[in-house]
Design a protein around this ligand. Structure first.
Ligand SMILES: [Zn+2]
Length: 173
């Protein structure tokens, strides 16, 4: 299994995900054609909260709506799924969102930025620094993966990919 890690330019935020998660997302992007799609990403933070480990991504909930350049992620099924993950041995939880942009837009749209700001500020998400993973379709039909962190009260930051050894499977709560 391959791992990919991102670091914010100021070095304060790190995130990492396995190729399994990216493969799951790539399949949903391929199925979406020229429409945006998306879902949530879950996992956990390392004990000192230095790094978000993304372990799973959701399908687009059935009440999601999308167009070529916009996506509103629905909620159907997510509450139960998150409750199950939290009760499981690994105690995984909500870390942020993923989006597919079919048109080579590797940046957050203004709507994306507004949605992420709302998530960071909404107490029920319990996620003051949500991540947004954007998969954009390049003209060559390859996919470009970008990662943003959206800390409460600050502008979103693009994270830079870097390579690191895989995280250990152990984590403390
Ligand atoms: Zn988007």
């Amino acid at each position: 299994m391959e791992w990919l890690e991102w670091l914010s330019e100021d070095g304060t935020f790190a995130a990492n995900t396995s190729d399994d998660v990216l493969e799951f997302i790539r399949h949903r992007c391929a199925a979406a054609g020229h429409q945006e799609t998306g879902g949530i990403i879950v996992g956990y933070y390392t004990p000192k909260r230095e790094c978000a480990i993304i372990t799973k991504a959701s399908e687009a909930p059935t009440d999601s709506r999308s167009g070529r350049h916009w996506f509103y992620r629905g909620v159907v099924g997510l509450r139960d799924w998150l409750a199950r993950l939290w009760r499981s041995e690994k105690r995984e939880y909500y870390l942020g969102e993923w989006h597919f942009h079919p048109d080579d837009l590797t940046d957050m749209s203004p709507v994306d930025a507004a949605q992420m700001k709302t998530i960071a500020e909404t107490e029920s998400y319990n996620c003051p620094q949500p991540l947004l993973l954007i998969v954009a379709a390049a003209p060559s039909s390859s996919l470009i993966v970008s990662m943003f962190v959206c800390p409460q009260g600050k502008p979103p930051m693009r994270m830079q990919p870097c390579s690191v050894p895989p995280p250990s499977n152990q984590h403390e709560d």
